[in-house]
Design a protein around this ligand. Structure first.
Ligand code: RB5
Length: 144
């Protein structure tokens, strides 16, 4: 599975850790930046990463900022994106099972590294259940 990952300066260290974690697990990872601690605007990273997911070049995306809030709001403005801000594995599971989320968002100032890895594992493992949830996801997408 191809995965796009991006973060602003508030989460670049977590992004680098998760990128290497994914590579060790055999995923093909596209790093959308940022690449150092210099201040950047999280909507720019969200747009770049989200467009790679929408294009089909990557199947899933991971977006990180200080809280995960700004970057999730921005990503959800991109047509075709369902970005889910998750702080635990249950939310990550439901975001896939019920919402068919294609981007996972987390906050580096909220979620520790080991929990972030576990949330990420859950997000990548779980599948969309379809059925009544497909009807609801279709209604979400019709709001675009
Ligand atoms: C950057 O300082 C911070 O605002 C950003 O990382 C994020 O938390 C925004 O939602």
């Amino acid at each position: 599975m191809k995965i796009a990952i991006g973060a602003d300066h508030g989460a670049v260290e977590l992004k680098d850790v998760l990128r290497e974690y994914l590579k060790e697990k055999g995923y093909d990872v596209t790093d959308c930046g940022t690449y150092d601690l210099n201040s950047v605007d999280y909507p720019d990273i969200a747009e770049k990463t989200a467009k790679i997911v929408v294009s089909g070049e990557c199947e899933r995306g991971i977006l990180l900022c200080g809280t995960g809030i700004g970057i999730s709001i921005a990503a959800n403005k991109v047509k075709g994106i369902r970005a889910a801000l998750c702080t635990n594995e249950y939310c990550a599971k439901m975001s896939r099972n019920h919402n068919n989320a294609n981007i996972l968002c987390m906050g580096a100032r909220v979620t520790g590294v080991e929990l972030a890895k576990s949330i990420l594992d859950t997000f990548l493992r779980e599948e969309f259940e379809g059925g009544r949830h497909q009807v609801r996801v279709d209604k979400i997408m019709n709001l675009e």
